[in-house]
Design a binder for this molecule. Structure first.
Ligand SMILES: [Zn+2]
Length: 116
């Protein structure tokens, strides 16, 4: 069970929330001036990194409000939640949280070798 802390309601079960994808995607100022390819990339293309990622979440079975979260996609650990109106936190404060629960390094996780 994963608990997510809604910035409005407090800690609740993950089943009350829905993921809204990448956060901080900026809509183009003049979409009519974009090519079909550029518009398609804005609408459909998103980053999908392994590691720390800014995401949008909605408390769909609670207050129904949107908020942002910083989540480590390789461990599902939510490092921080913040309201949409708040400034985007700098990721440097989370650089020491990149280890997996078993202590594997963030790069090459799954290929961790042990010295003999
Ligand atoms: Zn809520």
């Amino acid at each position: 069970m994963i608990l997510i802390k809604c910035p409005y309601c407090g800690e609740r079960d993950q089943s009350e929330f829905a993921n809204g994808g990448e956060a901080h995607v900026i809509r183009p100022k003049n979409p009519e001036s974009l090519s079909d390819k550029d518009w398609g990339e804005y609408v459909f293309y998103r980053n999908n990194p392994k590691g720390i990622f800014y995401e949008r979440w909605v408390h769909s079975h609670g207050c129904k409000k949107w908020f942002n979260a910083i989540r480590n996609t390789s461990t599902d650990q939510i490092l921080k939640v913040y309201k949409v109106s708040e400034k985007r936190p700098d990721l440097s404060e989370f650089k020491n949280t990149l280890k997996s629960p078993s202590g594997e390094p963030p790069v090459g996780s799954g290929n961790f070798s042990v010295k003999k």
